[in-house]
Design a protein around this ligand. Structure first.
Ligand SMILES: *Cc1c(COP(=O)(O)O)cnc(C)c1O
Length: 450
Protein backbone atom coordinates (compact mmCIF):
# COMPACT_ATOMS: atom_id res chain seq x y z
CA UNK A 1 0.00 0.00 0.00
CA UNK A 2 1.22 3.52 -0.75
CA UNK A 3 2.18 5.78 2.16
CA UNK A 4 -0.64 8.19 1.33
CA UNK A 5 -3.18 5.36 1.34
CA UNK A 6 -2.01 4.13 4.68
CA UNK A 7 -2.59 7.57 6.26
CA UNK A 8 -5.95 7.88 4.50
CA UNK A 9 -7.19 4.58 5.89
CA UNK A 10 -6.03 5.33 9.41
CA UNK A 11 -7.68 8.74 9.12
CA UNK A 12 -11.02 7.41 7.95
CA UNK A 13 -11.03 4.80 10.69
CA UNK A 14 -10.56 7.33 13.47
CA UNK A 15 -11.64 10.86 12.42
CA UNK A 16 -14.81 12.74 11.61
CA UNK A 17 -13.97 15.72 9.39
CA UNK A 18 -15.46 19.23 9.54
CA UNK A 19 -18.02 20.34 6.97
CA UNK A 20 -17.89 16.97 5.23
CA UNK A 21 -20.30 14.20 4.26
CA UNK A 22 -17.91 11.42 5.25
CA UNK A 23 -19.47 9.04 2.70
CA UNK A 24 -17.98 11.23 -0.04
CA UNK A 25 -14.63 9.80 0.95
CA UNK A 26 -15.63 6.41 -0.45
CA UNK A 27 -14.74 7.91 -3.82
CA UNK A 28 -12.87 11.08 -2.94
CA UNK A 29 -9.43 10.86 -1.32
CA UNK A 30 -8.70 12.69 1.89
CA UNK A 31 -5.31 14.20 1.15
CA UNK A 32 -2.68 13.61 3.85
CA UNK A 33 -0.29 16.54 4.04
CA UNK A 34 3.21 15.99 5.27
CA UNK A 35 4.56 19.52 5.09
CA UNK A 36 4.04 22.97 3.68
CA UNK A 37 6.23 25.74 2.36
CA UNK A 38 4.98 29.05 1.01
CA UNK A 39 1.83 28.51 -1.04
CA UNK A 40 2.65 24.81 -1.45
CA UNK A 41 1.47 21.77 0.48
CA UNK A 42 3.12 18.38 -0.04
CA UNK A 43 1.73 14.90 0.57
CA UNK A 44 3.60 11.79 1.71
CA UNK A 45 4.54 10.79 -1.83
CA UNK A 46 5.95 14.18 -2.80
CA UNK A 47 2.93 15.41 -4.77
CA UNK A 48 2.44 19.15 -4.30
CA UNK A 49 -0.74 21.23 -4.07
CA UNK A 50 -0.97 25.00 -4.47
CA UNK A 51 -3.07 26.31 -1.57
CA UNK A 52 -5.20 28.87 -3.44
CA UNK A 53 -7.81 28.93 -0.63
CA UNK A 54 -5.24 29.84 2.05
CA UNK A 55 -6.25 26.75 4.04
CA UNK A 56 -9.75 28.10 4.68
CA UNK A 57 -8.82 31.79 4.40
CA UNK A 58 -6.40 31.84 7.30
CA UNK A 59 -2.96 31.83 5.71
CA UNK A 60 -1.55 35.11 4.42
CA UNK A 61 2.24 34.74 4.34
CA UNK A 62 2.65 31.12 3.35
CA UNK A 63 3.17 27.88 5.22
CA UNK A 64 6.31 27.53 7.37
CA UNK A 65 7.08 31.23 7.10
CA UNK A 66 10.56 31.78 8.59
CA UNK A 67 9.69 34.99 10.38
CA UNK A 68 6.54 33.65 12.02
CA UNK A 69 8.25 30.35 12.88
CA UNK A 70 11.11 32.15 14.61
CA UNK A 71 8.80 34.30 16.71
CA UNK A 72 6.73 31.34 17.86
CA UNK A 73 9.86 29.35 18.75
CA UNK A 74 11.19 32.25 20.82
CA UNK A 75 7.87 32.57 22.63
CA UNK A 76 7.71 28.83 23.23
CA UNK A 77 10.87 28.95 25.30
CA UNK A 78 9.51 31.81 27.41
CA UNK A 79 5.86 31.05 28.09
CA UNK A 80 3.44 28.72 26.30
CA UNK A 81 0.28 29.73 28.15
CA UNK A 82 -1.06 31.42 31.22
CA UNK A 83 -4.56 32.13 32.51
CA UNK A 84 -5.69 35.60 31.33
CA UNK A 85 -7.93 36.29 34.33
CA UNK A 86 -5.92 38.11 36.97
CA UNK A 87 -2.73 37.51 34.95
CA UNK A 88 -1.36 38.93 31.75
CA UNK A 89 1.70 38.66 29.47
CA UNK A 90 3.81 40.63 27.04
CA UNK A 91 2.53 39.29 23.69
CA UNK A 92 -1.14 39.91 24.54
CA UNK A 93 -0.44 43.46 25.74
CA UNK A 94 1.66 44.33 22.70
CA UNK A 95 -0.89 42.81 20.36
CA UNK A 96 -3.76 44.76 21.94
CA UNK A 97 -1.80 48.03 21.68
CA UNK A 98 -0.95 47.39 18.05
CA UNK A 99 -4.45 46.36 17.03
CA UNK A 100 -5.72 49.51 18.73
CA UNK A 101 -3.43 51.60 16.53
CA UNK A 102 -4.32 49.74 13.31
CA UNK A 103 -8.09 49.40 13.66
CA UNK A 104 -10.52 52.29 13.10
CA UNK A 105 -9.84 54.89 15.81
CA UNK A 106 -11.72 54.48 19.07
CA UNK A 107 -11.71 50.69 19.42
CA UNK A 108 -9.62 50.84 22.56
CA UNK A 109 -10.36 47.50 24.23
CA UNK A 110 -9.54 43.98 23.04
CA UNK A 111 -11.40 40.92 24.34
CA UNK A 112 -9.87 37.62 23.22
CA UNK A 113 -11.13 34.14 22.36
CA UNK A 114 -9.72 31.32 20.27
CA UNK A 115 -11.93 31.07 17.18
CA UNK A 116 -14.17 33.23 15.04
CA UNK A 117 -17.51 31.80 16.15
CA UNK A 118 -16.65 32.56 19.77
CA UNK A 119 -15.75 36.13 18.81
CA UNK A 120 -19.20 36.52 17.27
CA UNK A 121 -20.84 35.07 20.40
CA UNK A 122 -18.88 37.57 22.49
CA UNK A 123 -19.92 40.54 20.35
CA UNK A 124 -23.59 39.47 20.51
CA UNK A 125 -23.49 38.89 24.27
CA UNK A 126 -21.64 42.15 24.92
CA UNK A 127 -24.11 44.16 22.89
CA UNK A 128 -27.10 42.57 24.62
CA UNK A 129 -25.41 43.00 28.00
CA UNK A 130 -24.48 46.63 27.28
CA UNK A 131 -28.16 47.53 26.84
CA UNK A 132 -29.06 45.73 30.09
CA UNK A 133 -26.31 47.56 31.91
CA UNK A 134 -27.52 50.96 30.69
CA UNK A 135 -31.12 50.17 31.65
CA UNK A 136 -32.53 49.21 28.25
CA UNK A 137 -33.03 45.43 28.62
CA UNK A 138 -35.77 45.46 25.97
CA UNK A 139 -33.06 46.03 23.35
CA UNK A 140 -32.26 42.35 22.99
CA UNK A 141 -32.69 41.39 19.33
CA UNK A 142 -30.33 41.34 16.37
CA UNK A 143 -30.76 42.45 12.78
CA UNK A 144 -28.72 41.10 9.89
CA UNK A 145 -28.68 40.70 6.12
CA UNK A 146 -29.51 37.61 4.09
CA UNK A 147 -26.82 35.17 2.99
CA UNK A 148 -24.46 36.07 5.84
CA UNK A 149 -22.18 33.71 7.70
CA UNK A 150 -20.82 34.22 11.19
CA UNK A 151 -19.78 30.77 12.37
CA UNK A 152 -21.22 27.50 13.62
CA UNK A 153 -22.05 27.89 17.31
CA UNK A 154 -25.75 28.45 17.99
CA UNK A 155 -25.66 32.24 18.49
CA UNK A 156 -23.43 32.70 15.45
CA UNK A 157 -25.62 30.37 13.38
CA UNK A 158 -28.68 32.39 14.42
CA UNK A 159 -27.33 35.57 12.86
CA UNK A 160 -26.14 33.66 9.78
CA UNK A 161 -28.28 32.84 6.79
CA UNK A 162 -26.58 30.16 4.69
CA UNK A 163 -29.38 27.57 4.54
CA UNK A 164 -26.99 24.64 4.18
CA UNK A 165 -25.64 25.29 7.66
CA UNK A 166 -28.61 26.83 9.48
CA UNK A 167 -31.78 25.07 8.32
CA UNK A 168 -31.25 21.82 10.21
CA UNK A 169 -30.89 23.66 13.51
CA UNK A 170 -33.58 26.28 12.93
CA UNK A 171 -35.67 25.35 15.96
CA UNK A 172 -32.68 25.85 18.26
CA UNK A 173 -31.82 29.34 17.02
CA UNK A 174 -32.50 32.90 18.21
CA UNK A 175 -35.24 34.84 16.50
CA UNK A 176 -33.22 37.24 14.35
CA UNK A 177 -34.54 39.87 11.94
CA UNK A 178 -33.18 39.58 8.40
CA UNK A 179 -33.38 41.91 5.41
CA UNK A 180 -32.16 41.26 1.85
CA UNK A 181 -28.41 41.75 1.44
CA UNK A 182 -26.86 44.15 -1.01
CA UNK A 183 -25.41 41.92 -3.72
CA UNK A 184 -23.59 42.81 -6.92
CA UNK A 185 -24.14 39.32 -8.39
CA UNK A 186 -24.41 39.44 -12.17
CA UNK A 187 -24.13 43.22 -12.31
CA UNK A 188 -21.34 45.34 -13.76
CA UNK A 189 -19.44 47.04 -10.98
CA UNK A 190 -20.76 50.51 -11.79
CA UNK A 191 -24.24 49.28 -10.88
CA UNK A 192 -23.36 47.88 -7.46
CA UNK A 193 -24.09 51.11 -5.62
CA UNK A 194 -27.55 51.45 -7.15
CA UNK A 195 -28.37 47.87 -6.24
CA UNK A 196 -27.07 48.45 -2.71
CA UNK A 197 -29.20 51.58 -2.36
CA UNK A 198 -32.35 49.64 -3.20
CA UNK A 199 -31.38 46.93 -0.68
CA UNK A 200 -30.58 49.55 1.94
CA UNK A 201 -34.13 50.89 1.88
CA UNK A 202 -35.22 47.64 3.56
CA UNK A 203 -32.46 47.89 6.15
CA UNK A 204 -33.55 51.42 6.93
CA UNK A 205 -37.19 50.33 7.23
CA UNK A 206 -36.29 47.46 9.57
CA UNK A 207 -34.20 49.77 11.76
CA UNK A 208 -37.03 52.28 11.89
CA UNK A 209 -39.56 49.63 12.83
CA UNK A 210 -37.50 47.62 15.34
CA UNK A 211 -35.08 50.17 16.86
CA UNK A 212 -36.65 49.90 20.32
CA UNK A 213 -36.02 46.16 20.55
CA UNK A 214 -32.71 46.01 18.65
CA UNK A 215 -29.35 45.58 20.33
CA UNK A 216 -27.20 45.49 17.20
CA UNK A 217 -26.86 44.92 13.47
CA UNK A 218 -24.22 42.39 12.41
CA UNK A 219 -22.73 42.13 8.90
CA UNK A 220 -19.69 40.83 7.04
CA UNK A 221 -18.26 43.98 5.43
CA UNK A 222 -17.86 43.97 1.59
CA UNK A 223 -17.68 40.20 0.99
CA UNK A 224 -20.08 37.51 2.20
CA UNK A 225 -17.48 34.81 2.02
CA UNK A 226 -19.13 31.53 3.06
CA UNK A 227 -22.31 32.73 1.32
CA UNK A 228 -20.49 32.27 -2.00
CA UNK A 229 -18.14 35.30 -2.12
CA UNK A 230 -21.03 37.65 -2.83
CA UNK A 231 -19.81 41.27 -2.85
CA UNK A 232 -21.20 44.74 -2.24
CA UNK A 233 -19.79 48.27 -2.19
CA UNK A 234 -18.53 50.20 0.88
CA UNK A 235 -21.29 52.81 0.52
CA UNK A 236 -23.72 50.36 2.13
CA UNK A 237 -21.58 50.29 5.27
CA UNK A 238 -21.37 54.08 5.41
CA UNK A 239 -25.17 54.35 5.21
CA UNK A 240 -25.54 51.56 7.76
CA UNK A 241 -23.30 53.31 10.28
CA UNK A 242 -25.23 56.54 9.91
CA UNK A 243 -28.60 54.80 10.25
CA UNK A 244 -27.52 52.74 13.28
CA UNK A 245 -26.39 55.96 15.00
CA UNK A 246 -29.65 57.66 14.15
CA UNK A 247 -31.70 54.76 15.55
CA UNK A 248 -29.52 54.04 18.58
CA UNK A 249 -28.53 50.55 17.46
CA UNK A 250 -25.01 49.13 17.76
CA UNK A 251 -23.05 47.87 14.78
CA UNK A 252 -20.95 44.69 14.68
CA UNK A 253 -18.50 44.17 11.81
CA UNK A 254 -17.49 40.56 11.40
CA UNK A 255 -14.13 40.96 9.64
CA UNK A 256 -13.07 37.45 10.58
CA UNK A 257 -12.60 36.49 6.92
CA UNK A 258 -12.10 39.89 5.25
CA UNK A 259 -9.72 41.46 7.78
CA UNK A 260 -5.96 41.67 7.24
CA UNK A 261 -5.87 42.84 3.67
CA UNK A 262 -8.31 40.55 1.87
CA UNK A 263 -10.40 43.39 0.50
CA UNK A 264 -7.45 45.58 -0.49
CA UNK A 265 -7.20 47.54 2.77
CA UNK A 266 -6.05 46.19 6.11
CA UNK A 267 -9.66 46.26 7.34
CA UNK A 268 -12.71 46.44 5.08
CA UNK A 269 -14.27 49.10 7.30
CA UNK A 270 -11.55 51.56 6.20
CA UNK A 271 -13.10 51.69 2.73
CA UNK A 272 -16.36 52.90 4.20
CA UNK A 273 -14.58 55.32 6.52
CA UNK A 274 -16.55 54.09 9.51
CA UNK A 275 -15.94 52.55 12.90
CA UNK A 276 -18.17 49.71 14.12
CA UNK A 277 -19.02 49.35 17.83
CA UNK A 278 -17.59 45.85 17.74
CA UNK A 279 -14.93 44.57 15.35
CA UNK A 280 -14.49 40.76 15.24
CA UNK A 281 -11.17 39.44 13.94
CA UNK A 282 -9.67 35.96 13.62
CA UNK A 283 -8.47 33.76 10.71
CA UNK A 284 -5.50 35.71 9.22
CA UNK A 285 -4.83 37.39 12.58
CA UNK A 286 -2.12 34.80 13.34
CA UNK A 287 -1.04 34.47 9.71
CA UNK A 288 -2.93 31.18 9.63
CA UNK A 289 -0.80 29.56 12.32
CA UNK A 290 -2.76 29.27 15.53
CA UNK A 291 -6.33 29.73 16.71
CA UNK A 292 -6.97 33.22 18.07
CA UNK A 293 -9.78 35.73 17.81
CA UNK A 294 -10.49 39.13 19.22
CA UNK A 295 -13.44 41.45 19.66
CA UNK A 296 -12.43 45.10 19.71
CA UNK A 297 -14.82 47.62 21.19
CA UNK A 298 -15.11 51.22 22.33
CA UNK A 299 -14.33 52.93 25.62
CA UNK A 300 -18.00 53.80 25.96
CA UNK A 301 -19.12 50.17 25.80
CA UNK A 302 -16.27 49.11 28.09
CA UNK A 303 -17.34 51.78 30.59
CA UNK A 304 -20.90 50.42 30.76
CA UNK A 305 -19.50 47.21 32.33
CA UNK A 306 -17.09 48.98 34.69
CA UNK A 307 -18.55 49.17 38.19
CA UNK A 308 -18.42 47.65 41.66
CA UNK A 309 -18.46 43.85 41.52
CA UNK A 310 -21.70 43.69 43.49
CA UNK A 311 -23.60 45.47 40.71
CA UNK A 312 -23.03 42.30 38.61
CA UNK A 313 -22.39 44.32 35.48
CA UNK A 314 -19.12 42.55 34.61
CA UNK A 315 -18.74 40.55 31.42
CA UNK A 316 -18.04 37.12 32.89
CA UNK A 317 -17.40 35.32 29.60
CA UNK A 318 -14.20 33.26 29.19
CA UNK A 319 -12.49 30.52 27.21
CA UNK A 320 -9.64 28.37 28.54
CA UNK A 321 -7.14 29.40 25.87
CA UNK A 322 -8.10 33.08 25.77
CA UNK A 323 -5.20 35.24 24.57
CA UNK A 324 -2.77 32.32 24.24
CA UNK A 325 0.83 33.70 24.17
CA UNK A 326 1.99 31.51 21.25
CA UNK A 327 -0.97 32.64 19.16
CA UNK A 328 -0.35 36.27 20.12
CA UNK A 329 3.32 35.88 19.16
CA UNK A 330 2.26 34.55 15.74
CA UNK A 331 -0.07 37.54 15.39
CA UNK A 332 2.71 40.00 16.27
CA UNK A 333 5.02 38.40 13.69
CA UNK A 334 2.21 38.63 11.13
CA UNK A 335 1.69 42.34 11.86
CA UNK A 336 5.46 42.88 11.55
CA UNK A 337 5.37 41.43 8.03
CA UNK A 338 2.43 43.63 7.04
CA UNK A 339 4.41 46.64 8.21
CA UNK A 340 7.94 45.78 7.09
CA UNK A 341 6.96 44.56 3.62
CA UNK A 342 4.31 47.22 2.97
CA UNK A 343 2.02 44.33 2.06
CA UNK A 344 -1.18 46.27 1.37
CA UNK A 345 0.56 48.34 -1.31
CA UNK A 346 2.47 45.36 -2.72
CA UNK A 347 -0.80 43.42 -3.04
CA UNK A 348 -2.28 45.97 -5.45
CA UNK A 349 -0.40 44.71 -8.47
CA UNK A 350 -1.19 41.13 -7.49
CA UNK A 351 -4.87 41.96 -7.23
CA UNK A 352 -4.69 43.61 -10.67
CA UNK A 353 -3.14 40.49 -12.12
CA UNK A 354 -5.80 38.29 -10.49
CA UNK A 355 -8.46 40.45 -12.13
CA UNK A 356 -6.79 40.30 -15.55
CA UNK A 357 -6.42 36.51 -15.34
CA UNK A 358 -10.03 35.99 -14.32
CA UNK A 359 -11.53 38.37 -16.88
CA UNK A 360 -11.46 35.98 -19.91
CA UNK A 361 -13.45 33.39 -17.90
CA UNK A 362 -16.39 35.78 -18.09
CA UNK A 363 -16.89 34.71 -21.73
CA UNK A 364 -17.45 31.07 -20.78
CA UNK A 365 -21.03 29.94 -21.61
CA UNK A 366 -21.55 28.68 -18.04
CA UNK A 367 -20.02 31.55 -16.12
CA UNK A 368 -22.68 33.92 -14.83
CA UNK A 369 -20.43 36.32 -12.98
CA UNK A 370 -16.78 37.13 -12.38
CA UNK A 371 -16.28 39.49 -9.46
CA UNK A 372 -13.41 40.81 -7.43
CA UNK A 373 -12.75 42.76 -4.28
CA UNK A 374 -9.06 43.16 -3.51
CA UNK A 375 -7.35 39.79 -3.11
CA UNK A 376 -10.54 37.78 -3.61
CA UNK A 377 -11.80 36.71 -7.03
CA UNK A 378 -14.97 34.66 -7.53
CA UNK A 379 -16.18 32.92 -10.69
CA UNK A 380 -19.77 31.75 -10.46
CA UNK A 381 -20.95 28.85 -12.61
CA UNK A 382 -24.56 28.91 -13.78
CA UNK A 383 -26.80 26.46 -15.67
CA UNK A 384 -28.14 29.25 -17.86
CA UNK A 385 -26.12 32.35 -18.55
CA UNK A 386 -28.91 34.60 -19.82
CA UNK A 387 -31.20 34.09 -16.83
CA UNK A 388 -28.38 33.43 -14.33
CA UNK A 389 -30.18 30.23 -13.31
CA UNK A 390 -27.98 28.32 -10.86
CA UNK A 391 -27.04 24.70 -11.26
CA UNK A 392 -28.93 22.31 -9.00
CA UNK A 393 -26.72 21.75 -5.94
CA UNK A 394 -27.11 17.98 -6.37
CA UNK A 395 -25.12 18.13 -9.60
CA UNK A 396 -22.07 19.09 -7.53
CA UNK A 397 -20.36 21.03 -10.28
CA UNK A 398 -17.96 22.60 -7.81
CA UNK A 399 -16.83 19.18 -6.66
CA UNK A 400 -15.90 18.34 -10.24
CA UNK A 401 -13.72 21.45 -10.41
CA UNK A 402 -12.16 20.46 -7.09
CA UNK A 403 -11.31 16.95 -8.29
CA UNK A 404 -9.80 18.17 -11.53
CA UNK A 405 -7.74 20.85 -9.80
CA UNK A 406 -6.43 18.34 -7.25
CA UNK A 407 -5.23 16.11 -10.07
CA UNK A 408 -3.38 19.14 -11.45
CA UNK A 409 -1.82 20.07 -8.12
CA UNK A 410 -4.04 22.97 -7.11
CA UNK A 411 -6.20 23.01 -4.00
CA UNK A 412 -9.18 24.88 -5.41
CA UNK A 413 -12.20 24.28 -3.22
CA UNK A 414 -15.36 25.85 -4.64
CA UNK A 415 -18.29 26.90 -2.47
CA UNK A 416 -21.11 25.12 -4.29
CA UNK A 417 -21.05 26.59 -7.80
CA UNK A 418 -18.66 29.39 -6.92
CA UNK A 419 -15.00 28.93 -7.76
CA UNK A 420 -12.79 31.41 -5.94
CA UNK A 421 -9.19 32.46 -5.51
CA UNK A 422 -8.17 33.69 -2.08
CA UNK A 423 -4.42 33.10 -2.07
CA UNK A 424 -1.70 33.64 0.50
CA UNK A 425 -0.16 37.01 -0.39
CA UNK A 426 3.21 35.40 -1.12
CA UNK A 427 1.85 33.83 -4.31
CA UNK A 428 3.88 34.68 -7.44
CA UNK A 429 2.53 35.85 -10.82
CA UNK A 430 3.55 32.50 -12.37
CA UNK A 431 1.65 30.62 -9.71
CA UNK A 432 -1.43 32.77 -10.31
CA UNK A 433 -1.19 32.04 -14.03
CA UNK A 434 -1.12 28.34 -13.28
CA UNK A 435 -4.20 28.67 -11.07
CA UNK A 436 -6.03 30.51 -13.86
CA UNK A 437 -5.17 27.75 -16.33
CA UNK A 438 -6.32 24.98 -13.99
CA UNK A 439 -9.49 26.95 -13.22
CA UNK A 440 -10.30 27.20 -16.92
CA UNK A 441 -9.76 23.46 -17.41
CA UNK A 442 -11.84 22.64 -14.32
CA UNK A 443 -14.62 24.88 -15.57
CA UNK A 444 -14.61 23.12 -18.96
CA UNK A 445 -14.83 19.69 -17.37
CA UNK A 446 -17.44 20.61 -14.80
CA UNK A 447 -19.80 22.12 -17.37
CA UNK A 448 -19.09 19.89 -20.38
CA UNK A 449 -22.36 17.90 -20.14
CA UNK A 450 -24.78 20.81 -19.85
C1 LIG B 1 -14.91 31.60 9.38
C2 LIG B 1 -15.84 32.67 9.79
C3 LIG B 1 -16.38 32.71 11.08
C4 LIG B 1 -16.17 31.61 12.09
O1 LIG B 1 -14.84 31.47 12.47
P1 LIG B 1 -14.38 30.05 13.06
O2 LIG B 1 -12.99 30.30 13.53
O3 LIG B 1 -14.44 29.08 11.91
O4 LIG B 1 -15.31 29.69 14.16
C5 LIG B 1 -17.17 33.78 11.42
N1 LIG B 1 -17.43 34.77 10.53
C6 LIG B 1 -16.91 34.76 9.29
C7 LIG B 1 -17.21 35.91 8.39
C8 LIG B 1 -16.13 33.71 8.87
O5 LIG B 1 -15.69 33.66 7.60
Amino acid sequence: MSVNNDWMQRDLASLWHPCTQMKDHESLPVVPIRRGKGVWLEDFEGKRYLDIVSSWWVNVFGHANERINTRIKQQLDELEHVILSGFTHQPVIELSERLGRLAPAGLGHCFYADNGSSAVEIALKMSYHYWRNVGRPEKRRFLTISNGYHGETLGALSVGDVALYTDTYRSLLLDVIKVPAPDGFGLPRDQWVDQARVAFAQMEAALERHADELAAVIVEPLIQCAGGMRMYPPEYLTWLREACDRHGVQLIFDEIAVGFGRTGTLFASEQAGVRPDFLCLSKALTGGYLPLSVVMTTDEIYAAFYDDYSTLKAFLHSHSYTGNPLACAAALATLDIFEQDDVIVANRSKADLMGRLAEPLREHPHVGDVRQTGMVVAIEMVADKASLTPYDFRERRGLRVYEHALSRGVMLRPLGNVIYWMPPYVITPEELERVAEVTREGLERATADS
